[in-house]
Ligand binder design. Structure first.
Ligand code: ZN
Length: 199
């Protein structure tokens, strides 16, 4: 038996597709939206549509940005010879918050995971290799998470890059194993960056 109208069911279904949203939360969100004033609902749905329509990958580092080249890559005061490789834009933001990293980034948008069937071609690795061959890069700092996937990715990248004679380092293991970079405080992040070891 259907308890709700098909419109409500559809809304619940859409919410339940979001990460971390179970059936109960999806229902709660759907009813919350239905109780919101129309202008707020409009503003929420516009924000989603506008973000999706205007946000793109930076042509250089592949972070999410609303410009062709992101502000970090555009900044002449950054050290463009040092690239920090991170798994996603949230990790980039975590390092940016420390305000101490002066290089540029490369965002992989994932990590290699044989278990989940995610291979090197499924993340922005070719793009990283292209940057390394085309630009004058002195150091690549691998700041993937210390999960199994993050470590696998770090090893893979190091094997790819080292033959090119470029210094490759890995952030120190001050970052707890399995810890997501974005949840780690700035002091720990800085320590991990400063204590990085050459691979
Ligand atoms: Zn960029």
């Amino acid at each position: 038996m259907e308890y709700y109208s098909s419109h409500i069911n559809k809304l619940i279904e859409e919410f339940s597709r979001l990460p971390g949203i179970g059936a109960k939360s999806a229902q709660r969100l759907a009813f919350h939206v239905l109780n919101m004033p129309m202008d707020q609902v409009q503003s929420l749905s516009n924000a989603i549509l506008n973000a999706k329509a205007n946000v793109q990958y930076c042509k250089s580092c592949y972070t999410l940005t609303d410009q062709e080249i992101c502000p970090i890559c555009k900044n002449p005061r950054r050290d463009h010879h040092v690239i920090m490789v991170v798994e996603n834009t949230r990790d980039l933001a975590a390092y940016e918050k420390t305000g101490k990293f002066e290089g540029v980034y490369h965002v992989l948008h994932g990590a290699i995971s044989p278990m989940l069937g995610i291979g090197p071609d499924d993340i922005k690795l070719k793009e990283l290799m292209q940057r390394i061959t085309e630009q004058d890069i002195q150091e690549v700092i691998i700041a993937t998470n210390s999960s199994l996937e993050g470590e696998t990715t770090a090893m893979y990248i190091s094997k790819l890059i080292k033959p090119a004679g470029i210094k490759v380092s890995r952030i120190a293991s001050g970052v707890p194993v399995g810890g997501d970079l974005e949840y780690i405080d700035e002091v720990t992040l800085l320590r991990a960056l400063e204590g990085r070891v050459e691979l």
